[in-house]
Design a protein. Structure first.
Lengths: 94, 1099
């Protein structure tokens, strides 16, 4: 059980977890993803493990996204998505 | 290129969002050559789907997705007629083999035993194979697939691959392909389609939420993750499966295999044939029977003999031509069965020898002399000059309908006997599919969107009551804007979604229900033709097709209808026999009794069959029927068909003209639109009143052949009949032109024809109902106490609430006595010249408990005190229920006032919230020692309180009209309805009243009719559209209204055309003597508003 820190709640210090970070995606001629570029630089994609689409929350703030689960060259995994309403790419931790 | 083999329509209730028609049209547009329909556990939409598909040249594949015991799914497609029969049997087993009828499931073992002629696909993501793969891993799935391969055969079992961009699809497909390749099974691509276009996914989300009784926010796990479950273009699917071209190719292979079975062609239905005792053929037997009846009913020399001879010969010829002789004789057998049932039910009753028929014919079959001879109709078709063509004609495309009305209890038993007679597997009731209405759409979609329940209720209650199908684009938003408290929300996002989705949901079936009385009997087991399932009513089994699908399947639908009025007549005759010792024979009463017609003409018809509604009473004062033929017109004229066709006013006007002309000794000839219509329409004074005249008009004016007439007849009785009938315009115009009819006249007449796409009566039906209307009016006139007693006991029926009926009874000197613990029965009874309300009418008293209370009284004598009653009453009778009875004076006979009685009950039974529920708990009574309340005095219950209690406890006020109590507080300028007759036409008046009924028929172009009742009687208020829009909140929501308007006296009718309407208010701060229990009139009215029974809303 987490111990109560007895400190007052500071709403100004609340921050969302796992919020998406914008990235750039480089694709080949057939639209196949090749590199993901974030603030730390470009990373080569080894393999697309899965793709899926999410359409949800249309009654609030509509979400339409194409997700890609990627295996990167360094062996790490990354989930990125294309926001279909803005056509921007974001990454989310696995 | 690709065929979709896994597709759900809206008949996957609360899951699919597209009608079969929408799917077929979209498929055609996208270039599909075949499409399968695989709804959940049913083939509900398959016939409509197959018919539409055939019309546009698309191959329809019939199938279903069945749920197995472990909740996994399997997709089945019918390859052959045997396969379809197996599919129906399996679906039936899934439904009938379960305790919970809403949770159909099939044992896989049954599918393994019965799969001949079926193509079996492994199912969607929750399919039988993917479930094992995801749950138990690849090895287990492989073993299971091997087992399935052995059971079904590699040729018939396919592994289904779906790519709807769902997380995990890739791994799942990889596993499934691996199993298929290892075991040598074939794979097939499917789309798990749930809507025809992507934009319907929002509605699908909402339907899933509704189904799970959750909000959209809370149904994340149940909803589909994305909008990819639409009917995708074939090339797009082919691209998705480019790594498995065999999966695409196999869709074509399966479609090709299933092409040999066509649901529209290969069903193989046959009606049970006549099996006579002798070896004679059905046609011989029918002919002999008819001719012997001819001699009996039309003996030589009788006035109609010649016509009857011709008619019977013609009908026998048509029956022979259409091979219907056996059909008629089977009906005769059914009627014999009904006669036996009626005799069994009436045995020992006083009405057993009263000559009551077991049932009566209605509808177009009443026009047939064969039906008349067989006892299927009680109306002489020759004497009444009934047109046969609507029922039987040369080009009959489907078997004609014979509808029979029965009293409720006879119908129930008859249905049971029919099941027994023909066998469970051969009989089923026709189903129906209730679709969303505006109110239900607002409530259910709003709940899913998590909108405030109070505001949704306000919108649902104050909006126009109409079917969602008739909702125009933007219609609900306009409604929203008209409600002041909600107008500002019209553009708020969630409310905007509500409005849009309510339009999309229009016309979608919500669930399966039971048709009013249609029953299918088949000589081949019906469960091989359409699956059967349990109805919501116990012991009833419905088939999965509605009236239209059964008609398309050429099933013979037998309508056993329960007619409340027949039950009423039975009971009334019994009550009369109890009082007088003999029962009246209703087939031999005087049908020309002018005293009865005088009552009818005065509009005094509340509670009378078919001619009691507000509109009928208005009309009856204008048409003034004086015989049965006039009554048939009266029954038929206030229907949407004649109203929309503009027949009503010309008919009434010409009837009056004819009356005055004939009175002057002159001949009268009604004008017609064209001389060719003279013969057809002269009887109805030049207008189309009856459905059968529609066919006759088309034949006379446009030369329609029998075939065209038959096509028109079928179009008239279908859904979307208006569009279907309008499609006959060119044929009609061309035919009319060929006969020299000017275009404008043809157009005018055709408008009258199309008007009958709305509801209308054939003359035969009107004649049958007119007769019953007269019989009920006769009973009401001569035996009012018995009539009202039976009327109370047979509720719900008719146009009025019990509250309105109660005061109408009082106006006919029938006193309504409130329930009494020592006098009342379970139901209402006759007590000298009064009606004693039954105990079962008291709030929270069930029929069962009331029966136990009465039985105890009959066994051990009257209840002597409230203490005695509490001791002897059944334990289930709660304290609340006893108090309800006391509040309406049910224990007044014990000599104490009502408050004291309630006090005593409190001493005997635990308090309402004592933690023991509402169940009565017997406990030891306190000894009456030093009771501090021994000398408490209890005030009596005054009239104002009594009246409110009556509304709350029995739903009607027997002590008088509530306005009596506040009349003195209102300005003297307010006119009572009884005084209206003496006022000048066109005078401006004020009236107040309790709203008995509101009606805003679509045929009235926005006009609303409100029926107000005060102490003297009822007043019809006409609310023009502009006034309605100004005061709609009051009109729709208030039980008591104050109306200012013009008095219109026209042709024997009295109406008030409203100019201003507001809720009833009394501007006096102190309560008068008439309201001793209330601080102010305002508090009384507030309580009254909450207690008054809801008015009836009709449209």
């Amino acid at each position: 059980m987490v111990k109560n820190p007895r400190t007052p709640i500071r709403p100004d210090r609340l921050r969302p977890l796992n919020s998406p970070r914008e990235v750039a995606l480089q694709v080949d001629d057939s639209g196949h993803p090749l590199y993901v570029t974030d603030t730390k630089g470009a990373k080569k994609i080894e393999k697309v493990l899965d793709t899926w689409r999410v359409d949800d929350e249309w009654w609030r703030n509509s979400i339409s996204r194409n997700y890609y689960e990627l295996l990167m060259e360094d062996g790490s995994r990354l989930i990125i998505f294309n926001d279909l309403s803005t056509d921007r790419w974001f990454s989310q931790s696995v | 290129m690709y065929v979709e083999l896994h597709c759900h329509s809206a008949f996957s209730f609360l899951d699919g969002t597209s009608l079969p028609e929408e799917l077929t049209l979209e498929a055609q547009m996208l270039g599909y050559h075949a499409l399968a329909l695989t709804d959940h556990n049913g083939v509900y939409g398959s016939m409509a789907f197959a018919q539409t598909a055939r019309d546009i040249g698309l191959q329809a594949i019939t199938g279903a997705e069945l749920t197995l015991l472990d909740d996994s799914h399997v997709t089945l497609l019918a390859e052959t007629q045997q396969g379809y029969a197996n599919l129906c049997r399996l679906i039936t087993e899934a439904h009938l083999g379960r305790e919970d009828r809403r949770d159909p499931r099939l044992d896989l073992a049954s599918l393994e035993q019965r799969n001949e002629g079926l193509v079996i696909l492994s199912g969607c993501r929750t399919g039988l194979l993917p479930t094992v793969l995801l749950r138990e891993g690849l090895s287990a799935a492989r073993r299971f697939a091997e087992h399935l391969k052995e059971s079904f055969g590699a040729k018939n079992f396919f592994i289904e691959l779906q790519r709807n961009l769902v997380q995990g699809d890739r791994a799942l497909n990889y596993g499934l392909c691996d199993i298929a390749d290892t075991l040598g099974l074939s794979v097939v691509a499917t789309g798990d389609v749930h809507y025809h276009t992507r934009d319907r996914y929002k509605l699908q989300d909402v339907l899933i939420s509704i189904r799970n009784r959750k909000t959209l926010d809370n149904s994340h796990a149940e909803r589909k993750p994305n909008s990819e479950f639409y009917l995708r273009p074939p090339e797009q699917v082919a691209k998705l499966f480019r790594d498995r071209p065999d999966a695409i190719a196999n869709t074509l292979v399966i479609a090709e295999r299933c092409a040999s079975f066509d649901l529209t062609r290969d069903l193989g239905y046959t009606f049970p044939d006549f099996r006579g005792h002798t070896l004679q053929s059905a046609s011989q037997a029918l002919s002999e029977l008819c001719y012997s009846k001819l001699e009996e009913l039309y003996p030589p020399g009788s006035p109609h003999r010649e016509k009857a001879e011709k008619r019977v010969a013609e009908e026998l010829r048509l029956a022979e031509h259409h091979k219907l002789c056996g059909f008629f004789l089977v009906y005769r057998d059914l009627l014999k069965l009904a006669t036996k049932v009626a005799a069994d039910i009436r045995v020992g009753t006083r009405r057993a020898n009263s000559g009551l028929l077991p049932g009566r014919g209605r509808g177009s079959s009443v026009s047939s002399i064969i039906c008349y001879f067989l006892g299927l109709s009680h109306i002489d078709p020759i004497a009444n000059d009934l047109f046969l063509g609507r029922f039987l004609n040369e080009s009959l495309a489907s078997v004609p309908d014979i509808d029979l009305d029965f009293p409720r209890e006879i119908r129930e038993e008859l249905m049971r006997r029919v099941y027994k007679h023909y066998g469970d597997e051969h009989v089923g009731l026709v189903c129906s599919y209730p679709t969303y209405h505006l109110r239900s759409a607002v409530r259910e979609i709003g709940k899913a969107l998590d909108l405030p329940a109070g505001e949704l209720e306000q919108l649902a209650r104050l909006s126009e009551h109409r079917s969602s199908g008739s909702l125009r684009a933007g219609g609900l938003r306009e409604e929203l804007k008209k409600i002041p408290a909600l107008a500002h929300k019209a553009d708020a996002p969630l409310w905007r979604h509500l409005c849009d989705l309510a339009e999309q949901i229009a016309g979608l079936p919500r669930h399966i229900s039971q048709h009013v009385g249609g029953m299918i009997i088949s000589s081949r087991p019906l469960i091989e033709l359409t699956p059967l399932e349990q109805s919501a009513m116990p012991d009833r089994v419905v088939c999965q097709w509605d009236k239209d699908s059964c008609d398309d399947a050429r099933f013979i639908k037998i309508d056993f209808l329960a007619l409340g009025m027949l039950s009423l007549v039975e009971e009334c005759v019994e009550l009369i026999a109890e009082r007088e010792g003999v029962s009246p024979n209703l087939s031999r009463i005087n049908f020309e009794d002018q005293q009865v017609y005088d009552t009818i003409c005065a509009g005094d018809t509340v509670g009378v069959f078919q001619i009691e509604s507000r509109a009928q009473i208005q009309m009856i004062r204008r048409t003034r029927p004086r015989n049965l033929e006039d009554l048939a017109v009266e029954v038929a004229i206030v229907r949407p068909g004649p109203i929309v066709g503009g027949a009503v006013n010309p008919y009434v006007r010409r009837r009056e003209e004819r009356r005055t002309t004939l009175a002057q000794g002159l001949a009268y000839e009604a004008p017609v639109d064209h001389p060719l219509l003279k013969e057809t329409l002269s009887e109805t004074l030049g207008v189309v009143l009856y459905q059968d005249q529609v066919l006759q008009v088309c034949q006379a004016l446009a030369g329609f052949t029998a075939g065209q007439g038959e096509a028109l007849r079928r179009a008239m009785s279908r859904r979307r009949s208006r569009e279907l009938m309008e499609s006959f315009w060119e044929e009609f115009r061309d035919g009319a032109m060929a006969r020299g009819v000017p275009d404008n006249i043809a157009k005018r007449v055709f408008q009258q024809v199309v008007a009958f796409s709305e509801f209308g009566f054939p003359k035969s039906h009107a004649a049958a109902f007119g007769l019953l209307a007269y019989q009920s009016a006769w009973l009401r006139y001569y035996y009012p106490v018995e009539y009202y007693t039976a009327l109370f006991n047979n509720q719900p029926m008719g146009f009025y609430s019990l509250d309105a009926l109660c005061r109408d009874a009082a106006r006919h000197d029938v006193q309504v006595l409130l329930p009494d613990i020592n006098r009342s029965g379970v139901y209402c009874t006759v007590e000298e010249d009064s009606l004693r309300v039954g105990l079962g009418f008291v709030r929270d008293w069930s029929w069962d408990i009331s029966g136990q209370v009465v039985a105890e009284r009959e066994r051990n004598g009257h209840y002597r005190s409230v203490c005695d009653f509490v001791r002897r009453a059944p334990p289930k009778l709660g304290r609340n229920s006893i108090e309800h009875l006391i509040w309406v004076g049910g224990c007044d006979g014990f000599g104490l006032n009502r408050r004291e009685l309630i006090w005593q009950v409190g001493l005997l039974l635990p308090p309402k919230n004592a933690g023991v529920g509402n169940a009565r708990v017997r406990r030891q009574l306190e000894l009456p020692l030093d009771n501090p309340h021994a000398n408490v005095r209890f005030g009596c219950v005054e009239l104002d309180e009594r009246l409110l209690a009556e509304y709350q406890m029995v739903g009607f006020a027997a002590s008088g009209h509530p306005l009596i109590l506040v009349r003195d507080l209102m300005p003297s300028s307010i006119v009572k309805s009884g005084k209206l007759e003496s006022l000048e036409h066109n005078s401006t008046i004020d009236v107040v009243g309790l709203v008995v009924a509101r009606q805003r028929p679509e045929t009235a172009r926005g006009v609303m009719f409100v029926l107000l009742e005060d102490e003297d009687g009822m007043t019809n208020v006409i609310v023009p559209p502009a006034v309605y829009e100004r005061h709609r909140i009051a009109i729709r929501g208030e039980p008591f209204l104050w109306v200012r308007g013009k008095l219109v006296k026209d042709d024997g009718t009295l109406n008030i055309v409203a100019q201003k309407i507001r809720p009833l208010r009394v501007n006096r701060s102190k309560a008068p003597a008439s309201l001793p229990s209330f601080k102010s009139p305002h508090s009384f009215l507030k309580k009254l508003r909450a207690s008054a029974p809801p008015s009836r809303n009709w449209h």
